[in-house]
Write a protein that binds this ligand. Sequence first.
Ligand SMILES: [Zn+2]
Length: 232
Amino acid sequence: MALATDLKEALLHLFFPQICPGCQSDLVNHQQLICADCMQSLPCTGFQEMAGNPVEKLFWGRSVIQHASSIFYFIPGTPLQQIIHHIKYKNNAMLGIYMGSIMGTALKNIFSPTTIDLMIPMPLHPIKENRRGYNQASLLCEGISDVLHIPYRNDVLIRQFNTATQTKKSRIARWENVADVFELHKTSSIQHKHILLIDDVITTGASTDACAEMLLKKEAASVSICSLACTM
Ligand SMILES: [Zn+2]
């Protein structure tokens, strides 16, 4: 029986080889999504346990955020960059949920259903989401929710028009540019609640800040922010 299972595994591997998205090496164990070396190489920030961490500082003087952190450093050329690329552009939804579960585990000491009422993923433009088939931040929410049992909704915060030209703009212009991009639906679902905004990568924090500001204006009790990675 075990031999038959092994043979089936071996044949599966031969005809449908699974590749680690971080380093392109062969994944011997089909249960794994990322190889052990890449898992070990993920550059943890430890920010989630650190008050006044660099991600929180991004929002100082802007929206009043209860907690902000990123779980990993985004470093170009590393397995994590490849992993994020696979989630965003290669239809690897399972990997997105898996990375969300890693975030959930990292946030276990900080957040629970008693401290966070609702998670909201940072929205993509609807056209972009249609093209991609999903919003990567929603996948992260799904994975976090599997671990922490905090509910999430992706029909509350909506992005109105495309900000594709953003990367060409200066940092200050970007902060101004995002202010009226987001729209809030079903306002009652966020009122008097502690909302956790989830993003894939935080760079300037401009978009996240615009969303936090809107949630607070519409009477969310408080807002926290967490991303898979940050570029600092
Ligand atoms: Zn790997």
